[in-house]
Design a protein around this ligand. Structure first.
Ligand SMILES: *Cc1c(COP(=O)(O)O)cnc(C)c1O
Length: 412
């Protein structure tokens, strides 16, 4: 038998669409948690407190607001689990992640015959995928036209599509759902904890799912925040769904939500981890202490600094999210995006290419909301561009960056 040495994972600068660099306070909470089982009173109390904090972060009175153990797609699997075979669904896809959500929806809505015909990529008749080109947003007009034509039971959209860095029109989506009597489901993986919004302002959206490691800044594989309206829970309670572990009603029990009401302490659903609960609880505390509005303003402020620096290097920015800059290299270097990203990653500077065509570069600023951090990111990227042979003046770019910050601080 091979006796492998202890796994050592180096420190890197995570500057992609996610995960963000975890706050040291979150890591500390994770590591300091005592050995305790999933029914120990402080673990249960931590889950109940987290549930209350999540309602503030989501801006909701929904009782069914809690965390689904796992990653963003675990929360989405839970939120999409009310879709049953044969249900009519319209899903809007404008990048990698909404594309995967669209696949999940097609799997869930397929009949047995449709699933057997293409088990890993079914094409059920009841699902309409509306493809919006990479780099463009889903607009209210696109949603309105599709819902008017297809009149589905469910409509799905990503709030912020991280694959292409685009913000989609959540107000337009809500209004079209309301007008056509559709039940909205939204992937809020990249917007929760970054944008300042209240989900209760979009009442036609009945299910929301986010993730642990982007705006919420916890660790991957802890908890994916979800929130469901009573209407959604009513549908699940009358029709059922084909999952125990991601059942939106059963998964809520451990968080102290039973029969539509908060109870003092949760009951067993599956074995939760005291470490994960401690880390998640701390991440939520940090977000609330920062303040949703302040955090959103800080992202916009630093994204603008990074965007201007990237543009000053001759790149074309096509994103409009405030946590991520997505761009094309200057014309003569087009096609070398993966090479450049690979060189940065080999240096512990974790940026990303887009995963769907066309290939672009993505640099994220999750939990990098300081002038020093943005200087570090811009400096590393300039160095990588110079090594590839792009003719840019590092001193001028760094100077402009600090000019932006100086100007902004005078204005403030
Ligand atoms: C990151 C992301 C996901 C997937 O989250 P995981 O934590 O990797 O499962 C889904 N949707 C969007 C919009 C995302 O940005």
């Amino acid at each position: 038998m091979t006796n492998y040495p202890t796994l050592e994972i180096p420190e890197t600068l995570a500057c992609g669409p996610g995960p963000g660099n975890t706050d040291p306070r979150v890591l500390d909470s994770f590591a300091r948690a005592g050995v305790a089982d999933h029914m120990q009173p402080d673990v249960l109390r931590g889950m109940v407190e987290s549930k209350f904090m999540l309602r503030e972060i989501f801006g909701t009175k929904n009782t069914y607001t809690y965390g689904v153990g796992g990653t963003g797609f675990s929360g989405l699997d839970c939120a999409l689990s009310a879709i049953l075979p044969g249900d009519k669904v319209v899903a809007f896809v404008n990048g990698t992640f909404s594309g995967i959500d669209g696949l999940t929806i097609r799997m869930k809505a397929s009949t047995r015959e449709e699933l057997a015909a293409a088990p890993l990529n079914p094409q059920p008749e009841s699902v309409e995928i509306i493809d919006v080109p990479h780099g463009q947003s889903v607009t209210g007009e696109i949603v309105e036209a599709a819902l008017a034509e297809h009149k589905p039971m469910w409509a799905f959209m990503a709030h912020w599509e991280t694959g292409s860095g685009r913000i989609n029109d959540i107000q337009g989506f809500n209004d079209a759902c309301e007008k056509h009597g559709c039940l909205g489901i939204v992937d809020a993986v990249s917007s929760l904890g970054i944008e300042d919004f209240n989900i209760d302002d979009y009442p036609a959206v009945v299910a929301w799912a986010s993730c642990p490691q982007k705006g919420v800044l916890c660790l991957p594989l802890t908890y994916a925040p979800v929130s469901f309206t009573d209407k959604y829970i009513g549908i699940v309670s009358t029709r059922g769904c084909y999952t125990y572990v991601h059942n939106p009603i059963l998964e809520a029990r451990h968080w102290g939500i039973v029969d539509g009401k908060d109870v003092e302490a949760g009951g067993y659903h599956r074995t939760h981890s005291g470490y994960a609960v401690a880390a998640f609880h701390e991440a939520l505390r940090i977000t609330l202490a920062h303040g949703r509005a302040q955090k959103a303003a800080d992202y916009a402020y630093h994204e603008k600094a990074l965007r201007q620096a990237i543009e000053a290097m001759g790149c074309n920015v096509t994103s409009n999210m405030t946590s991520l800059v997505v761009f094309d290299l200057p014309g003569e270097f087009a096609g070398r995006e993966k090479e450049l990203v690979g060189a940065c990653r080999a240096d512990g500077f974790g940026i990303w290419p887009t995963l769907s065509e066309p290939t672009q570069i993505r640099i994220g600023i999750l939990n990098q909301l300081t002038i020093d951090a943005i200087n570090d990111i811009v400096g590393r990227f300039v160095d990588a561009m110079l090594r590839m042979g792009v003719e840019i003046d590092k001193a001028a770019i760094m100077n402009d960056l600090n000019g932006y910050y100086a100007e902004q601080s005078v204005a403030a």
